[in-house]
Write a new protein. Sequence first.
Length: 94
Amino acid sequence: MQGGSNMLTSLLPLIVLFAIFYFLVIRPQQKQAKQHKDMIAGLKKGDKVITNGGLICEVVKPEENFIKVSLNNDVTVKISKEYIAKKIETEVSK
């Protein structure tokens, strides 16, 4: 019986450390990745987005793996969905 409780007490700090690591690092990162995936899936024509490269552009046509975006009136490019950093929420002025 002595060996079983000794093993438990030696593993307890490791278990506690893993639990802290899970709740402070892994879980928030998974939540953020899910929110980003939902944001990418919800993009529609006319939404303004910022790319990882810092370009601000407007969605022209969302496709399966890519998104066609307009940089200005003359330039339309196709970028991978992975490079969309965030959607810009435009405020309605009164």
